[in-house]
Design a protein around this ligand. Sequence first.
Ligand SMILES: Nc1ncnc2c1ncn2[C@@H]1O[C@H](COP(=O)(O)OP(=O)(O)OP(=O)(O)O)[C@@H](O)[C@H]1O
Ligand SMILES: [Mg+2]
Length: 471
Amino acid sequence: MKAKILIVDDEAAIKKALTKFLVSLGYDVDAASDGAEAIEKAKDKIYDLVISDLKMPNMSGIELIKQLKTIHPQIVSLIMTGFGTIESAIEAIKTGVFHYITKPFELDDVAMLVEKALKFSHLESQNEMLKRQVKMQYHFDNIVGCSEKLKEVFHIVQKVAETDSTVMITGESGTGKELIARAIHYNSKRSKQALVPVNCGAIPENLLETELFGYVKGAFTGAIKSKVGKFELAHGGTIFLDEIGDMSLKLQVKILRVLQERRFEPVGSTTTIDIDTRVIAATHYDLEELVQQGRFREDLYYRLNVIPIVIPPLRERVSDIPLLVNHFCTIYAKNNQVAKPELSAEVMNIFMNYKWPGNVRELENTIERLTVLKPGKEIVTADLPEKFTKLTNAYFFKAGVTIPDSGISLKNVVEDFENSLIEKALSKTNWNKNKAAHLLRLNRTTLVEKIKKKNMTKPIKILQPSSKIIN
Ligand SMILES: Nc1ncnc2c1ncn2[C@@H]1O[C@H](COP(=O)(O)OP(=O)(O)OP(=O)(O)O)[C@@H](O)[C@H]1O
Ligand SMILES: [Mg+2]
């Protein structure tokens, strides 16, 4: 398909010459004499590239390009400028103009710039498409896990996606509630329409009401124009009411009515708006408990809880951990363009015994950090933040020690224990004192002193006789 170019210049001669030249190169070219005419043209046709003069009466080239971008965000632009105004041309580039052409110009130079700009425009639109695809990629393949508990969740998600039923997702913070909400929407017949998330916990009450239902001009001081609410924006699609447990009782009444009647009035309006919006809600609270405490309306609870999905905390589905680790290592290695790190068996073991109070999000953050710090390397226990090793320490102590009736010498036992830990660290690192000191969180000098004091020596390796006889 021919690339579409719009030329804008108040100088008729230039306009004509450029048009003729670019047409001869096979482009589809239109021309305008000023900003207003250019905008009119852009309303009827999607241009790939605009070449505009910088200084024009009424509207400058920069202003024109800004306005064109609001109509066609993907449009690429070139600015033409006289000799004295190169400074402002450079300014223009900072505002997102692709390049400038100084007048008078050689036609061949223009041809080259046009080609470059169009190539760029093509790349940009490919990028946009990719971004959109990534957004759409909420099929189950990016929800990782093989535990029975997660499989149950998948099963419900699959079944419920096809329906319009209201879904209530509960789970601790970071368990993947939003991910599941997105999976439901993008696997439903509403997937081409919007998924509109609202974080009910993060928005103050009075703002949340206008956010959800919108308002009309003059509804309150400062309402200088009307605003469409999220429920209406999600018409045909899905609204995701995140952290619904934080919503005030007053707003809960309004939400209940929307759920019952599928209609509402924007703030300050008497006109009722009918909507076809699917509702998915989520909370990290135990809603039943909130109901008992009088902080959540019981009737709303039942309206929302049509299909409950409970996402178990990560510590209750330990078998998902290796898969998630691998998944995040791959993602963060790719994002940071580094090699994927490997986890030592010991680290994996620590991860599988850790409680993960922040659930998958905490695991994700941990892996992101480790991938950046040790790209392509093996991650060992010493690389982990203290919160993980604290736990192994406690585990260590609890594990080995029982006090006999006859009692023990604390000093001797502690010393024995110290010796055995130092020996283990040394043998693990093949007597590399730097590495051993690192494993034990000691200075090298402290370790060397201890080794000396304790008279420790590197055991002599007994070489195995080689099976190969070399003459
Ligand atoms: N099973 C999973 N597979 C892959 N990534 C996951 C999985 N579960 C959660 N994640 C990732 O963990 C992070 C936290 O997930 P999400 O935001 O959905 O949790 P949440 O339950 O909504 O948390 P919060 O209550 O804190 O809002 C996200 O980056 C998400 O992509
Ligand atoms: Mg969330």
